[in-house]
Design a binder for this molecule. Structure first.
Ligand code: MG
Length: 419
């Protein structure tokens, strides 16, 4: 069997979902998904020159070739997003050609169902972000729902400055109750919200009143969730060491599942100071690539919970290696995931196959067509907070191309149709 073509489409959802299709001369195709980046379809297309004519079942060797091709050391991040998506598509082909589901090729199942935690963002509905993280209105949304052009707020991932007054504990509590009723056993909310109490957008400082407001959001959600549902919170790399510790300590009475990315991802020793400075568990990982970057986090004991994104770390096999390394340090994985059903299912196969798995993110609760993108359609894909991994060969789901076309991003190629 030989690879004949790598093609992509981009679905415009809450993020750009870049879907990879690897075609072969046996008419078998593989599906994967790559973590968002500007111009990613072009990067994936370049790998045609590397992979066409190769046997798609030589997964690890082909990833080595792609990493080498994309800068000789293979450390350039965007290339790894594309490689991750292509790697999943290769596993889909391996699974289909041997008649086995992907989880069998990354160790076999520890569990039938994968625990999902729902990302609830900042308590509101659909928030859609461009590849440069600017708030946007997707092309498929009606004109009357479109807002005016947004301004990037450096202190708030995915929001507008005008939203400060919209952040209310009541809205958080209502969203939490809705998701609890849907059966989730773990939720995550953003606490790095725009506030009226911020004195500076750039200095990574938190005022006392900001911390009080953030803790008020946590308290409102915990009151609704009780002891049955776990709560994690996300800070999107916004704060300095000292204020991150102040915030984490203020959250200690609420027994969070974790506090995510309190400081920027670039300094492991600084993160270690935060982790050692509080009883609140600290999580990071969605900005790290390949096993080498995770090795530093683990060996320096800088983190309590690891959150790699399998659509960007370099592939599912790379994810398995990261999980093994974390397990040697008795650290659990709560993988980051902002994907369509294709990437979510790929991550679920790996989550079923690693012992030290805690919960997998699901970020698409507000995307109305999420399940429509899958064939066969599974509705709901996530039941009572769990995703059952299918036993069908490969990924076990295909992309519904007609639905993907309806929600496609304009100006991007749609598989064999050019942009
Ligand atoms: Mg995060």
């Amino acid at each position: 069997m030989r690879i004949t073509k790598i093609e992509t489409c981009v679905v415009e959802a809450n993020y750009d979902w870049t879907i990879i299709k690897v075609k072969t001369d046996s008419r078998m195709v593989g599906w994967g998904e790559a973590f968002v980046a500007p111009g990613l379809a072009g990067v994936a297309a370049e790998f045609n020159d590397v992979l066409v004519g190769e046997d798609p079942r030589d997964v690890d060797r082909l990833c080595c070739l792609m990493r080498t091709a994309f800068g000789s050391a293979g450390t350039a991040s965007m290339g790894l997003h594309a490689i991750s998506g292509i790697e999943t598509a290769l596993w889909d082909i391996v699974g289909k050609s041997y008649g086995l589901p992907i989880y069998q090729f990354v160790g076999g199942k520890y569990r039938e169902r994968v625990r999902i935690y729902a990302d609830c963002h900042a308590g509101q509905g659909l928030a859609s972000l461009s590849p440069v993280l600017l708030p946007r209105t997707p092309a498929w949304m009606s004109e009357k729902k479109r807002g005016k052009k947004a301004e990037l707020n450096p202190k708030y991932h995915g929001g507008q400055k005008s939203e400060a007054s919209a952040v209310k504990p009541g809205a958080y509590a209502r969203r939490a109750l809705e998701m609890k009723r849907r059966g989730f056993t773990a939720l995550k909310f953003d606490v790095d919200v725009p506030t009226e109490y911020s004195l500076d957008d750039y200095n990574r400082a938190l005022t006392r009143r900001e911390i009080d407001l953030m803790v008020g959001l946590v308290a409102a959600v915990k009151k609704v969730l009780g002891k049955e549902v776990d709560l994690a919170v996300d800070c999107h790399w916004n704060y300095g060491v000292n204020d991150a510790i102040r915030l984490a300590r203020a959250c200690e009475p609420y027994d969070l599942l974790w506090l995510e990315d309190p400081i920027p991802p670039l300094n492991t020793d600084a993160l270690k100071r935060v982790t050692l400075g509080t009883r609140t568990p600290i999580a990071t990982g969605e900005n790290h690539y390949q096993r080498h970057q995770f090795r530093e986090l683990l060996e320096r004991e800088a983190v309590d919970i690891l959150a790699p994104d399998f659509q960007k770390v370099g592939g599912l096999l790379e994810g398995r290696r990261i999980a093994d390394m974390a397990d040697m340090h008795f650290v659990a994985l709560a993988p980051h995931n902002i994907s369509s059903p294709i990437g979510t299912m790929a991550s679920a196969h790996l989550c079923a196959a690693i012992p030290n798995f805690l919960a997998l993110e699901w970020h698409a609760a507000a995307v109305p067509f999420f399940e429509d993108l899958m064939l066969p359609r599974r509705s709901p894909m996530i039941q009572n907070g769990y995703l059952t991994v299918p036993d069908r060969p490969g990924l076990g789901v295909e992309l519904n191309e007609a639905v993907a076309y309806k929600y496609r991003k304009r100006g991007e190629p749609f598989f064999d149709r050019p942009a």
